[in-house]
Ligand binder design. Structure first.
Ligand SMILES: NC(=O)C1=CN([C@@H]2O[C@H](COP(=O)(O)OP(=O)(O)OC[C@H]3O[C@@H](n4cnc5c(N)ncnc54)[C@H](OP(=O)(O)O)[C@@H]3O)[C@@H](O)[C@H]2O)C=CC1
Ligand SMILES: O=C(CO)[C@H](O)[C@H](O)COP(=O)(O)O
Ligand SMILES: [Zn+2]
Length: 341
């Protein structure tokens, strides 16, 4: 069959490519229904990802956050119409010590390999996690971003000491919101504090124990562990504040992506004996754990609904551009594309 793939060819310019795909292979064929735009997609779309990466990775279909419906399963295990979340990471080997998303051989969709902006996506069945039938699909669209927080917290659980009375999360955007929400569900007795820049954004974090503006942090405020979700230039400032306010032997989870290296006060990292734990992307087990969380705590899905920002009906190429442009000018939440193309 001929599959249409919607690729970014240069900043702000998408083109359609036609790819011949065999449906006799073992792959399950999924029709994407709801896609969501990540900050990483925007760095490619706007060209801010850096010349070298742009040259190396384009042309490429963007989007690694998405859900869809099964249209064909050669093994007939998944009924047609089954709702699934698609795992963008594709490992090519297994390792007993290194998780699939850290293997240098793994392929990650929309970072060098075609993402989900296609008519049909062909996937190994171990890259699909079944979703509850009644799930809000606008929310489900950005499940991958939820898995990022779940993955980082899973790593934290294995590596951090057991005193977990107070968590600090830096970054009053999408990932910060999700990290606070998952922490509050998994550690209901712990205090979760969000540190951000903007009152209007902080007002959305209704479930946290405290919301603090980063220029008004009391000197005496301390936390046991921290998650940094600021990214970009904000990362450096956030890491500095985390190091100032974290208790000795705490764990600092770094999630924000910066295009340029940031400076870290290593002297205080040493003096306080901190563990700095970087996390990137996620794997199939994180997707399963995330869907299990949705099932165990349906209210999590309701809270995630607060993050649904602009919802776009996308039926033609120009409407993809409209969705990306409106995402750039939106101050809160995720942009979802209902994929009708
Ligand atoms: N590690 C991983 O696998 C993943 C990493 N990411 C990365 O995480 C980062 C956040 O993503 P996302 O939440 O979607 O982006 P958002 O832009 O929605 O959130 C970032 C928020 O942090 C705020 N901020 C900036 N500087 C600081 C600071 N010093 N202290 C506290 N808050 C600050 C920003 O405010 P303002 O806009 O006003 O500057 C913004 O509200 C990005 O870099 C993204 O690429 C995303 C997905 C996966
Ligand atoms: O968003 C992400 C995962 O959800 C990662 O930040 C993204 O994969 C980083 O990739 P790139 O190197 O292409 O920016
Ligand atoms: Zn992403």
């Amino acid at each position: 069959m001929i599959n249409q793939v919607y690729r970014l060819v240069s900043p702000r310019q998408f083109e359609i490519t036609y790819k011949d795909k065999s449906i006799i292979a073992n792959d399950v064929v999924v029709r994407p229904t709801h896609l969501s735009i990540c900050a990483a997609d925007q760095r490619y779309y706007t060209g801010s990802r850096g010349k070298e990466a742009m040259k190396k990775k384009l042309p490429m279909a963007l989007i690694h956050e998405g859900v869809g419906e099964v249209v064909f399963d050669p093994a007939k295990e998944l009924p047609i119409g089954t709702k699934v979340v698609m795992v963008p990471n594709t490992p090519t080997e297994a390792d007993p010590y290194i998780a699939e998303n850290y293997l240098r051989t793994s392929k990650f969709r929309s970072s060098g390999y075609d993402g989900f902006m296609q008519d049909y996506v062909f996937m190994n069945r171990n890259r699909l996690v079944e979703l509850p039938e009644e799930l809000n699909m606008d929310v489900a669209a950005f499940t991958e971003l939820v898995t990022i927080a779940v993955h980082a917290i899973s790593r934290f659980e294995h590596k951090a000491h057991q005193k977990r009375d107070t968590f600090g999360v830096w970054g009053d955007g999408n990932l910060g919101y999700i990290a606070c929400l998952i922490l509050k569900k998994l550690y209901p007795d712990s205090k979760v504090i969000i540190f951000g820049k903007t009152d209007y954004k902080l007002s959305h974090f209704s479930f946290v124990d405290d919301a603090v503006k980063i220029d008004e942090i009391p000197e005496t405020l301390t936390i046991d562990h921290a998650i940094e979700c600021a990214g970009g230039k904000g990362s450096q400032y956030a890491i500095d504040q985390i190091i100032d306010h974290i208790n000795p032997e705490g764990t600092v989870c770094l999630l924000g992506v910066s295009e340029y290296p940031v400076e870290v006060n290593t002297r205080m990292v040493l003096e306080k004996g901190l563990t700095v734990l970087g996390s990137s992307r996620s794997g199939a087990t994180d997707f399963q754990r995330t869907v299990d969380i949705y099932k165990a705590y349906p209210e999590v899905v309701d809270y995630l609904g607060t993050l649904v920002g602009n919802v776009h009906h996308v039926a033609k190429l120009g409407e993809i551009t409209e969705a990306f442009e409106s995402d750039l000018s939106s101050s809160w939440g995720k942009t979802v594309m209902r994929w009708k193309i």
